[in-house]
Ligand binder design. Structure first.
Ligand SMILES: NC(=[NH2+])NCCC[C@H](N)C(=O)O
Length: 302
């Protein structure tokens, strides 16, 4: 496809359909950071309020292990990285980077510029791990980009070279000009308008090429138009399940199986009706920090 434009912010700018886009392999590996030092120590999103010092460490460890096992059971190789003292949010390893595989098979990663001061040092720790993994490491120009929180806000369309980028709370729209240029990929930029849904991965879950799970009130009308223009099936979560159960922070690593927080009855029925297999997990300890299934891992290519 010849790109006329790299960042799309309104539906009338769209000059392609999904089938025009190049295919991209599905990741086969997962990175997870052990929750040894996970806790709620500060408040940088509305979900963390009232939870400082209230994490049940044993329970968190159990929840994390069940999730890691599930990736292994579904055939994914899981890299487990030790957490670090003083980095209670490092366990949310969707945030410090955005990995990518090029058309020639080169693996690259763009390192994040965390919005919150408290989380900035996590990026170096994750970068050090990528150095052991034969990834080409790319950095955003801090003169041009103030913040970008990796796969928390930048989500690949399933199996296609198209990036969906959320902005407004943790990432700024300028980041996507840079990301689009570095990865030579079009970006659909979606403004986030509700601070309870501060990362794109709290309100947008890419399920397969044609299907997405969203929480519509987290977006502008124009954002929802873009989503409807490029997805045939748009599954909507209720406000209760999206906000209290992080239903949309689910993960569908293979286009068939959806890993999701326990108890999302309405969303689960819609997912099953659409042909997906649903696997429920307890992530209550992590929800206290404003994260669930999706943000506790990073998908990688081998
Ligand atoms: N991608 C995510 N939604 N990650 C959750 C991050 C939670 C973390 N406490 C933060 O506010 O930064």
């Amino acid at each position: 496809m010849t790109k006329k434009q790299s960042i799309y912010t309104s539906a009338d700018q769209l000059d392609f359909t999904i089938s025009d886009l190049q295919a991209m392999p599905v990741p086969s590996e997962v990175l997870m950071v052990k929750p040894t030092y996970f806790d709620v120590e500060y408040v940088i999103n509305p979900h963390m309020k009232g939870h400082v010092g209230r994490v049940d460490k044993m329970q968190a460890q159990n929840e994390w292990e069940h999730l890691a096992d599930a990736y292994e059971e579904h055939g994914f190789r899981v890299h487990m990285l030790d957490g670090m003292r003083g980095m209670p949010d490092m366990v949310f390893c969707a945030n410090q980077s955005l990995p990518f595989i090029d058309t020639d098979g080169t693996r690259k990663v763009i390192m994040s510029i965390m919005h919150a001061e408290q989380r900035k040092k996590e990026v170096d720790a994750i970068e050090a791990w990528y150095r052991t993994q034969d990834y080409e490491i790319l950095h955003l120009d801090p003169e041009k980009v103030s913040d970008f929180e990796g796969m928390g806000d930048a989500i690949w369309h399933f199996r296609r070279r198209l990036l969906w980028g959320g902005y407004g709370f943790r990432s700024s729209i300028e980041a996507y000009e840079e990301v689009s240029r570095l990865l030579d990929t079009p970006v659909i930029a979606l403004e986030l308008v509700d601070d309870k849904f501060y990362h794109l991965d709290t309100c947008f879950c890419s399920l397969d090429e044609k299907t997405v799970l969203v929480y519509p009130d987290a977006f502008t009308n124009e954002g929802m138009k873009l989503i409807h223009a490029l997805y045939k099936n748009v599954i909507e979560a209720t406000s209760y399940e999206a906000e209290k159960l992080f239903a949309v922070n689910a993960a569908c690593p293979d286009g068939k199986n959806v890993f999701i927080q326990q108890g999302c009855t309405d969303v689960n029925k819609k997912l099953r009706d659409a042909g997906f297999a649903v696997h429920e997990f307890s992530t209550y300890e992590f929800i206290k920090s404003g994260g669930s299934v999706f943000c506790m891992k990073m998908m990688l290519w081998r």
